[in-house]
Design a protein around this ligand. Sequence first.
Ligand SMILES: [Zn+2]
Ligand SMILES: [Zn+2]
Length: 669
Amino acid sequence: MPALVFRLTNEFKDRNKYKQIKKIKVNEAKMDKKYDFNKIEKETLGFWRKNKKQIYDSFQENNKDKKPLFSWLEGPPTANAPPGLHHVEARVSKDLVCRYNFMRGFAVPRKGGWDCHGLPVEIQVQKKLKLKTKKDIYKFGVEKFINICKKDVFSFVKEWSDMTERMGFWVDLDNPYITMEKNYMESEWWALKQLFDKGLIYKDYKVVPYSVGCESPLSSHEVALGYQDIIEDTVTIRFEAKEDIYKKFPELEKGKKLYYLVWTTTPWTLPSNLAIAVKDDINYIIIETDFSDKKKEKAYYIIAKDLLERYFPDKNNRKIIKTIKGKELENLGYKPLFNYFKDKANSFRFILADFVTTEEGTGLVHQAPAFGEDDFNICREKEIDFVNPVDLEGKFTKEVIDYNGRFVKDCDEDIIKRLDKEEKLFVTYKVKHTYPFCWRTGCPLIYYAMNAWFISVSKFRDKLVKNNNKINWYPESFKQGRFGNWISEAKDWALSRNKFWGTPLNIWVCNNEKCNHMEAIGSIKELKEKTGVEVNDLHIGSVDPLTYKCPKCGKIMKRTPEVIDCWFDSGAAQFAQFHYPFENKDLFKKRFPYDFISESIDQTRGWFYTLHVLSTLLFDDLSYRNVPVTGLLCDENGEKMSKSKGNMLYPNDVFDKKGVDSVRLLMCS
Ligand SMILES: [Zn+2]
Ligand SMILES: [Zn+2]
């Protein structure tokens, strides 16, 4: 029997259906002695191309109401780059399960989807148009820019569709959901308004992982996508004590200097140092030594007792003076390393903090409130002034005049050299550690305090865990492991992006700072009621000009300029694909929660996560019941395939050489 018919009869075992199939005229392949997969696959493809719709209609649509439902949700790919072989893998997994359940007699709706917003498109368009900065985009015209993005999104949609068809993924690409369409975005606005009205969206000054390449903060699940092992300079600095400690401990001789040893992996944050944190019950030790001093002068050093051996291993060159508790250091002062902020209130003193440990470093922790979450919180609590001498491009501002205009990470070396020259450096050495990089632009992330909008996810940890317990993960270890761990420590979702190509954050804010009234607008109708204008598009070009009178003070309500994280877009697919709740409420109720989704492991902190968060916050329910997680494709050296490494395989090349069937078989085995 020719392979084609064999395949069909296998799929449509039901005799009546088989009869229907036979009515379709098949150009049967002649029996060859040699199995020529290229020829057979080409013919099979031709058959499907011709008859797909008819088959789909007769088997799927006609009986769909009588059949039990198996609901599946497509994780939308982005079509602005060509598909790689790894995309085939997840698609095989989806196709296999959907087909199997279809053959078991279920109705399996197969709506495709496209993820449209986000930085890759924006960056690509900026490059094409040679628009370097935000100002350039404003000059060019925001609406014009958005319209070009809309077209650019689909620059590789044909490659995607061809690959999808050729590999035999039975999905409906004629009626996909599209995350940049008006209806889809309106559903997102509805969801955002729900969250805002429940008080779950807030704005705060907060230390966020920040990408200078994108000029935007990243959410924690995005950060998790870009960790790399790197070797970096770490420095141990000696901060010179003020007089006060000599008064406190009279056994110290005034003629000898006393230094506090402080360790950091980010030398560029040292100009912003405002305090040193110690823990009240940790033992610190005061010793006398000339170790590491260039002039071999004897001086006192203070370090956590547990770390003495690491820094001063030579027993013959250290005289132990005294052991004290961290609490005794509280409020003692030290001399600033640099002059930039020497007049800041309450600064350059010891504060007590619980996060201090003796695991690494010296047990005395450098505090720069703008560049660390712990630093920010404790300095705010201790009423230490806030400084942030770094601009949105990651460059030092005039406040740090010596490095003004330079990218902070590029200043590490110069700062180390200078501290060495000024005899403030105790030791520097290289350490291999894991550091987050921007998963888009590859630039090292910095932790940075800025104003941003957040969704209160952390409040819902218990519910996230409870809903996760109802999900079947394959492999099972994901439930408690990779995914379970992640959600049990879920952070608030950094929602806003300071970009153009995205769903606009639908919060209007009064321009009278004293009033600061805010409202979320949840639909096109509501926007019309408030502004008198009915829009045809919800992108910033259309909605940003729309303002209205503040109901509280009469001044002007203007939209906050940010767009939202595109992971919110794809996470919203579970309801936005139906234009819920404006349309298709019944359909949504039937399909949700989904019986099945399947994507690769790198979605654990991506799509799997955002679906789960949004279903929990909006519907207090799980989003999907079963989720097989596919692996990553690696090259012969075990390295993950990626475009940037140049080790990608492209589906068509592999299909030509090995055949679609064997690739599919490999990927489901
Ligand atoms: Zn970035
Ligand atoms: Zn107002």
